[in-house]
Design a protein around this ligand. Structure first.
Ligand code: FRU
Length: 498
């Protein structure tokens, strides 16, 4: 039996979702059926298909009482829309079904594990939130919340844990067939911690202990953890709130952090070896990963940031999009990200150029568009090092989004100041790239409302949402000094895969 709250959401999205024309959405990045979307939830394999849920408010393009939207795919690019999966319709989750994860149970059903939110007025007149973890089981479309809910509450926290910030369970199946889950929480110093739990059935959980904590070094609350082995190391992904900037590695506000280390499961000891940003762009938060049947660790993130969500156009019917799903590796102690290889099936109209001499701004015949997969390989043209090299995309007389490499400072800067936004928000981001003799490789993925840059075969990425009018489709290149450049460019067309 569907609750009235869920029925209303499903009717609303079925009635009004179709009013959003395909051309008003990204071509191959996921957007909500209608209204608001934030974090990816429940990114997982179920009965051979990739399922993705998301934090969802169908009724407006603002964050409000969270539901779970739902889509599925066989190739990470073409998503089939399914009806909303969860709505805040129980006493324990009446103020929102927050982020969580999904797994396939041995009996073939799908289990959703999410954070249930309840607000109440404290004795001092302050609104206080209590966050617990709850479970719903279903068949890939309809879900029933269990009578045992909430299955994790304050009593499952370690001493000094925090019931107001206890959220975003990420669950997986351990090798012995039992279940594990990491959840965000806080330590008594007020900053973030990640807790590990274990379970035999996905419903009854025992605290194993903390995995790692911020100790006020990397922001306050740590949201949306993920924790997995990769290429012989262990990776912990977290999205800290209230981060103070650290050099050009971590920006202020809602940041994203990848901790790489070793992990001893027997003693639950995670030893950090390195800490880095996951994505160096403007819009990236709350990523989640899954393991594909062929063993790839694939990550998807929210291609937005809480600090810039105020800057949306007034007349839109959807807000919030996901990044391209990315294949992850650890190489030389760093996280490597590359677009899922499925994207290559949708590459059309190949255009290539070799050793083009770049100086003052120039365009190249056949190189333009807004749904594009383009790789640019750059090197100095002479013994003399060049000063900087820049790619401009989504460009017309007024608009431009740029990616600039300053060789002398080893800085890559993305700039969307003239990309369709009238809001006075963060529009540029600079980050350090490893020193080189002037060689850099940029793979740039454009999709109508976004730009994702993959630097040096995925050693770094930078993502940003743009709202530039679609007619602005010129791409140009420029350098101070002289540069030789190879270009390989495809249109991405989601017709039939090749
Ligand atoms: C992260 C987050 C999560 C929470 C959800 C609420 O973006 O704040 O911690 O579960 O969004 O929508």
């Amino acid at each position: 039996m569907l609750s009235e709250v869920l029925k209303r959401a499903r009717e609303f999205e079925a009635q009004y979702g179709p009013y959003i024309a395909d051309a008003q959405r990204p071509a191959f990045h996921l957007t909500p059926t209608i209204g608001w979307m934030n974090d990816p939830n429940g990114f997982s394999l179920y009965k051979g298909e990739y399922h993705l849920f998301y934090q969802y408010n169908p009724y407006s393009c603002e964050w409000d009482t969270m539901h779970w939207g739902h889509v599925k795919s066989t190739d990470f690019l073409r998503w089939e829309r399914l009806p909303a999966a969860l709505a805040p319709d129980e006493e324990y989750d009446r103020d929102g079904c927050f982020s969580g994860s999904a797994v396939e149970l041995p009996d073939g059903s799908q289990l959703l594990m999410y954070t249930a939110v309840r607000r109440a007025l404290s004795a001092e007149g302050k609104v206080e939130e209590t966050q617990t973890q709850a479970v719903a089981i279903g068949d890939g479309v309809d879900y029933v919340k269990l009578p045992e809910n909430p299955v994790l509450t304050e009593k499952d926290l370690p001493e000094g844990g925090n019931r107001h910030d206890f959220r975003d369970p990420k669950m997986w199946r351990a090798e012995d067939g039992t279940w594990r889950m990491v959840v965000g929480n806080r330590t008594p110093d007020g900053s973030g911690a990640i807790l590990l739990y274990s379970s035999c059935n996905g419903v009854d959980w025992t605290l194993v202990g903390p995995v790692d904590a911020s100790h006020n070094q990397y922001g306050l609350m740590w949201e949306c953890p993920d924790f997995f082995p990769l290429d012989g190391r262990q990776v912990l992904l977290v999205s800290p709130q209230d981060m103070s900037p650290i050099g050009l590695e971590f920006h202020a506000g809602n940041a994203n952090v990848c901790l790489i280390g070793s992990y001893d499961e027997a003693t639950n000891t995670f030893e950090r070896e390195s800490v880095q940003a996951i994505d160096y762009g403007i819009d990236f938060y709350a990523p989640q990963t899954l393991l594909t049947p062929d063993g790839r660790r694939v990550m998807i993130g929210w291609m937005q940031n809480w600090n810039t969500v105020g800057g949306k156009p007034r007349d839109i019917r959807w807000f919030g999009q996901m990044t391209l799903p990315r294949e992850l590796h650890v190489r030389n102690g760093r996280l490597i990200q590359e677009p899922v290889r499925e994207l290559e099936r949708y590459r059309r109209n190949k255009v290539t150029y070799q050793s083009v001499l770049v100086g003052p701004e120039m365009t190249l015949h056949g190189i333009q568009g807004r749904t594009v997969d383009m790789t640019v390989n750059v090197r100095p043209a002479t013994q003399e090092p060049y000063r900087c090299f820049q790619v401009n995309v989504a460009k017309d007389g007024e608009c431009v989004t740029s990616i600039r490499y300053k060789l002398d400072k080893n800085i890559l800067k993305i700039d969307r100041s003239r990309s369709g936004s009238n809001a006075d928000i963060v529009h540029t981001r600079s980050f350090l790239v490893p020193p080189s003799d002037g060689k850099i490789r940029l793979r740039i993925i454009l999709d109508r409302f976004s730009v994702e840059v993959f630097v040096n075969d995925g050693e770094q990425t930078a993502s940003m949402a743009i709202f530039t009018r679609q007619e602005a489709e010129a791409i140009s290149f420029e350098a101070v000094g002289s540069v030789l450049m190879d270009v390989e460019k495809y249109d991405i067309v989601l017709d039939q895969p090749e």
